[in-house]
Design a protein. Structure first.
Lengths: 260, 318
């Protein structure tokens, strides 16, 4: 009898230690979310040099008006030497939203994403020195944005519009903005497989790479981005190109308005 | 069984009662205090808060009109919940002692028709398109209202209107109302002009000192509707939200705000701004002072900007 109890205790102890297997650098989450340590360990691959940092600003409305299109702005320009920005949520069927490699651009990006429930939204920023800096905000939501079919299928011309890009460049203020028509199917709606843009690269007019956006399922239908550059650095046009997971190509040249 | 938020809550309540038989689970301090204010001969108004939905106001943010007829009171818009509808029926019944003749829904937004349950033994008039929209979108509204208002919503079910308005005049007993089948705030917006007093019951085509809401707005169509309302030169306008207006200011204020909103969002698209940046726009003093600001401006950015920016930025595929 005593042996059984001891064994039971051992099994329980093991289960607990497995469930709370801590990341190698435990952090105190300012939002006190129960899922942050999981994100840190499994979504960000458990980096050693990581901390919460007020220099990483994540802005979003406190409550999502439209679960399919939650706007968010990440600004890590106060950090030097940024290599990539990983945007993720603590709660949602697919935690990773996007990775941005700013390269020649500023470490700042605006986008929209689909939200499935109320959750902390994090930007984890890696510097070229290999340190991670995390900023957060909290978004309340009615949810359902990840598991519903794309709106596009309500109209019958979505296939013609696939990959269409509306966009412009503002050299003076250093902005590039684009909206790319794509269903961005998460694979979580019944009978609709994953169908997403994987990657978009932005080049200058000489073909030199300026920045790269790597997308995951939670990016909104018809992804919309503003990229930021130092003022007056951009020339007249940029090229945006990439492809989705079915091999459809996206290729567009964004220009400044002549009267700017 | 399809598990809805309500059935889940009901199940939770039952479980608590079983586990703790003496629990006073049903006791609730939340009640609506509805006071009809007479604004014309046989016309009363119940004026809602100009805030957004909160746990404090229980969703009582809407204006209801009560019209005296010799067949009883005709109620224009029934409020956000079963509990509101019950309180509304009670105060309406006490007004003239002739009971309730029927109800009207100006449009399909939940704060205007979720009290319908209480009036299902009477005709509930609305434009046919409003009934169709209430049927297709009502349950989604309901989920959101339960999320926002919790216990205030207890027992509320979606009851779409039952009596389609097809003629140009709605006559109930000795009172006649001109039927104006308009649109723009939603796909179908009813305004009613009381022939006796010249009071225009505008539904949400007109807001006054409360920020207009735009989740289903067509701004161009909305402005046309405002033109039609202004052309009638009503003696008074009873807006969907905000105080009664005798001076013709409410229609103009609504139009000015919609124009400002469209211009602001178009200018932002022309500068390459993103939605979060636009939400940081400093509101002009006149609009910052409106009820439910800046929340409604933030919501409108979400509703309207994606369409506007596509019109502004050219197609640029190679």
């Amino acid at each position: 009898m005593r042996k059984q109890i001891a064994l039971g205790g051992l099994a329980l102890g093991f289960a607990i230690s497995a469930a709370v297997a801590a990341p190698q650098t435990p952090l105190k989450d300012p939002l006190q979310s129960g899922n942050w340590s999981y994100s840190q360990e499994h979504v960000l691959d458990n980096p050693k040099n990581i901390r919460f940092d007020d220099r990483v600003i994540v802005k979003a409305p406190p409550s999502a008006e439209d679960s399919f299109n939650v706007p968010v702005l990440v600004d890590a320009t106060a950090l030097p030497n940024v290599k990539r920005i990983v945007l993720l949520v603590d709660y949602g069927p697919i935690p990773k939203i996007l990775t941005y490699w700013p390269d020649q651009a500023e470490a700042k990006l605006s986008l929209r994403f689909k939200i499935d429930q109320a959750t902390p939204v994090r930007a984890a920023v890696e510097t070229h020195a290999g340190t991670w800096h995390v900023g957060s905000t909290y978004v309340d939501a009615a949810g359902g944005g990840c598991s519903a079919p794309a709106h596009a299928y309500a109209s019958n011309d979505w296939e013609e519009k696939l990959g269409q890009v509306n966009g412009m460049v503002w050299p003076k203020s250093g902005r590039v903005r684009m909206v790319v028509d794509h269903p961005m199917d998460t694979g979580l709606a019944d009978g609709i497989p994953v169908f997403i843009i994987k990657r978009l690269q932005v080049d200058d007019d000489t073909g030199k790479k300026l920045a790269t956006i790597e997308m995951y399922e939670p990016v909104n239908e018809d992804p919309a981005f503003t990229l930021y550059f130092p003022k007056n650095q951009l020339k007249g046009s940029v090229r945006v190109h990439g492809r989705d997971n079915n091999g459809n190509e996206i290729d567009a040249v964004l220009r400044a308005r002549l009267t700017q | 069984m399809k598990l809805t938020r309500r059935s889940a809550l009901a199940g939770l309540g039952a479980a608590l009662l079983v586990g703790r038989p003496k629990a006073t689970f049903a006791a609730s301090p939340k009640s609506y205090d509805l006071t009809p204010k007479q604004v014309g001969d046989g016309v009363w108004m119940i004026e809602g808060s100009t805030e957004y939905f909160t746990d404090e106001n229980g969703g009582a943010i809407v204006n209801c009109a009560l019209l005296q007829t010799d067949e009883g009171i005709l109620i224009i818009d029934t409020g956000p919940s079963l509990r509101y509808g019950t309180a509304l029926r009670q105060v309406a019944s006490q007004l003239t002692g002739r009971g309730i003749a029927g109800a009207v829904n100006t449009h399909h937004h939940p704060d205007h028709f979720f009290g319908n349950q209480v009036f299902s033994d009477r005709p509930i008039h609305a434009l046919a398109q409003t009934t169709a929209l209430a049927k297709s979108e009502g349950e989604a509204f309901s989920d959101n209202m339960y999320r926002l208002l919790g216990d205030w919503m207890r027992g509320t079910e979606v009851v779409p209107p039952t009596a389609p308005l097809e003629s140009s005049v709605l006559t109930v007993g000795n009172r006649s109302l001109q039927v104006l089948p308009l649109a723009g705030h939603t796909g179908a917006d009813l305004a009613l002009l009381d022939q006796k007093t010249g009071t225009l019951i505008a539904g949400d085509l007109v807001f006054y000192n409360r920020a207009p809401t735009t989740p289903h707005a067509d701004l161009e169509r909305w402005r046309q509707s405002l033109d039609e309302i202004a052309a009638l030169k009503p003696a008074a306008v009873l807006p969907g939200h905000g105080p009664l207006d005798h001076a013709g200011k409410a229609v103009q204020q609504t139009r000015d705000y919609l124009n400002w909103l469209e211009t602001t969002l178009t200018d932002a698209a022309n500068e390459g701004l993103d939605m979060v940046e636009i939400m940081e726009t400093k509101l002009p003093q006149a609009y910052a002072a409106m009820g439910a600001m800046p929340q409604e401006f933030h919501r409108s950015v979400s509703h309207l900007f994606p369409t506007i920016e596509r019109k502004v930025m050219p197609l640029v595929n190679r």
